[in-house]
Ligand binder design. Structure first.
Ligand code: NAD
Length: 294
């Protein structure tokens, strides 16, 4: 399979990453099948894509004609039949190894023998996920950043069994989607999250130990290090469940106590306070302006 053979892209999971990948794939001229557990998740994803493309039209980044053509290229569903004619499939579902394993098993039963599969996982071993498929050579890590339409980077991760053609083809696909691929080895959380998530976890410890309030921590990091977002604001944006999963993967995978997830992060996730996507995390998003919760 080479980049010219890829005409249709299938996406499992229509959350913030899945709908972003559908968005840029359709704009780049690919047919897209986007799938999630239920109709409401798929409908919400389509609404998000429409709203995000409308914003791009308003900013004159794309034309209204581009937007309409792209939306027409996206088909959706809640089953695996739509993957049958996909040349490439990417898994972008919840960051949970068991869920991803079950998805990969189903996916392999529904796709063509030469279809390449990628996972957008933030932290889970590509080698281990690939081993659960019927095609470890045609399995690769393709880690987009959030929000997908705006962020330039894609981390490309080779599992131990990933063949060179697969890696080259999907790296070329990243370029065709307007991104810049960077190669990362298959170690827990790869490059960006290996560095970013311990910083976020440390910000939660800083809050937990009372060193500063939510606002003090975010303001200090924005003004003191010129980060565009504070670490707690960023954690809410990523999703606190995803942040916790990545810390658990680092902690388990590298067996170093420096990666111990902060108990306050665990508590927020247990409370269902997952950040922006649930309306509450370190900030409360129910009013027009986010309000710090501590
Ligand atoms: P999300 O919670 O917004 O979306 C996950 C989606 O997966 C949900 O819509 C859920 O219904 C769906 N899903 C769960 N089980 C499914 C199944 N069995 N079949 C089909 N769909 C299923 O999460 P997200 O932020 O989009 O993250 C998705 C993946 O992308 C994770 O692996 C995450 O680590 C990774 N990622 C996230 C970010 C980020 O900043 N949020 C950045 C890069 C990569």
């Amino acid at each position: 399979m080479s980049i010219e053979d890829i005409k249709k892209i299938g996406i499992v999971g229509a959350g913030q990453m899945g709908n972003g990948i559908a968005h840029i794939s359709a704009l780049a001229g690919f047919d897209v099948y986007m799938m999630d557990l239920n109709e409401s998740a798929v409908a919400a994803a389509l609404e998000t894509i429409d709203a995000n493309m409308t914003r791009q039209v308003r900013k004159e980044k794309i034309s209204a004609v581009d937007k309409d053509a792209a939306l027409k290229r996206i088909s959706t569903g809640t089953g695996y039949d739509g993957f049958a004619d996909c040349d490439f499939a990417i898994e972008a579902a919840t960051e949970d190894e068991q869920i991803k394993r079950e998805i990969l098993k189903e996916l392999c039963a529904h796709i063509k023998p030469d279809t390449i599969i990628a996972s957008n996982t933030s932290s889970i071993s590509i080698t281990r996920l690939g081993a659960k498929t019927d095609r470890p050579g045609k399995f690769v890590g393709m880690h987009f950043m959030n929000p997908v339409p705006a962020m330039e980077l894609v981390e490309m991760i080779r599992g131990i069994a990933t063949d060179e053609n697969t890696f080259k083809t999907i790296s070329a696909l990243a370029v065709k989607l307007g991104k810049i691929p960077v190669s990362a080895e298959d170690f827990p959380a790869f490059i960006v999250n290996r560095i970013l998530l311990p910083m976020i976890n440390e910000a939660v410890y800083t809050l937990y130990e009372g060193v500063g309030s939510v606002l003090a921590i975010d303001t200090a990091m924005k003004l003191g290090t010129h980060h565009p977002m504070g670490p707690l604001e960023l954690a809410d944006f990523i999703g606190l469940d995803t942040c916790l999963s990545v810390m658990n993967v680092l902690h388990d995978g590298l067996a170093d106590t420096k990666y111990r997830p902060c108990p306050l992060l665990v508590k927020y996730v247990e409370a269902g306070w997952l950040g922006r996507k649930t309306g509450r995390g370190f900030y409360d998003y129910s009013a027009d302006q986010p309000v710090p919760t501590r």
